[in-house]
Design a protein around this ligand. Structure first.
Ligand SMILES: NC(=O)c1ccc[n+]([C@@H]2O[C@H](COP(=O)([O-])OP(=O)(O)OC[C@H]3O[C@@H](n4cnc5c(N)ncnc54)[C@H](OP(=O)(O)O)[C@@H]3O)[C@@H](O)[C@H]2O)c1
Length: 236
């Protein structure tokens, strides 16, 4: 049985991954932005071990969330799933880039780290900016994964493109398979399949997929880490 923390698990792909992991007998700690959302999350998944509260648009709340997670001991896997899409660049930066970075730096190191990227990262720009687009932030996530694979060889850090799937974010008309949208994260979190015991990879539907080659540039990765460290006060 593995112990897994999933950000943004009151809804969407985070909730679906949590449901599947609980069904497989794992210990899952949920996360929600507010107490009200946390109550809803636990009602939806009564088999979850606990729910932690923290608004990821706020650096201080994100840091406090890391402390609450650490109080529960070391996790085997963390799925950095929470995300926002059609909103301002400040919120995109905080929720999609800075929160996973800060949680990664502050939480006791798990064995496996999984980050939700997106096919839209292909049109993202690798240059550090503090007013990014959605695509930029999803490229940031992949660059963070590649940097972690270099700097933390003892950890398996990977990114997932879940496809365009019909969640609150994806919209009802999204064409991709919803089940495939969470299966890869679940597999990376707990499977001993040699394909899942890797690091620095970008997956789509359980297989390594084509990614923006700019993510492989160590200089760009380090600039991203420096920018994140400056804005969060957290270093890896
Ligand atoms: N759906 C797609 O087609 C698609 C495609 C590519 C990538 N992705 C990525 O997959 C991940 C999951 O997306 P989804 O489709 O499941 O989206 P979703 O249904 O909108 O769920 C997003 C989750 O993140 C949480 N969240 C957002 N802002 C937050 C904040 N400030 N503090 C705490 N939690 C916050 C949401 O909480 P609330 O429910 O309270 O808002 C929700 O639980 C995201 O990272 C997204 O970028 C999705």
């Amino acid at each position: 049985m593995a112990k897994i923390f999933i950000t943004g698990s009151a809804d969407g792909l985070g909730q679906m991954a949590a449901r599947q992991l609980i069904k497989e007998g794992h210990e899952v700690v949920l996360h929600a932005r507010s107490m009200a959302r946390g109550i809803q999350a636990m009602k939806a998944l009564p088999g979850a071990k606990d729910v932690l509260i923290g608004d990821l648009s706020d650096i201080e709340e994100t840091k406090a969330l890391a402390e609450k997670a650490n109080a529960l001991g070391i996790f085997d896997a963390v799925i950095h799933n929470a995300g926002v899409y059609q909103t301002g660049s400040m919120l995109l930066l905080h929720v999609n880039t800075l929160a996973p970075y800060a949680l990664t730096g502050l939480m006791a190191k798990p064995k496996r780290l999984i980050y939700l990227s997106s096919g839209m990262h292909l049109s993202g720009h690798p240059q550090w900016t503090d007013s990014p687009s959605y695509s930029d932030t999803k490229l940031h996530v992949l660059m963070l994964v590649k940097a972690l694979a270099r700097k933390w060889p003892e950890v398996y850090a990977n990114a997932v493109d879940p496809g365009w799937v019909p969640t609150k974010m994806g919209g009802a008309g999204a064409p991709d398979d919803l089940e495939q949208g969470y299966r890869t994260q679940v597999w990376l979190a707990v499977s001993d399949d040699p394909g899942a015991i890797v690091s620095g990879q970008y997956f789509h539907h359980g297989k390594p997929a084509r990614f923006n080659p700019a993510a492989d540039d160590p200089g760009m990765q380090d600039k991203l880490l420096t920018g994140c460290a400056r804005l969060t006060g957290v270093s890896l």
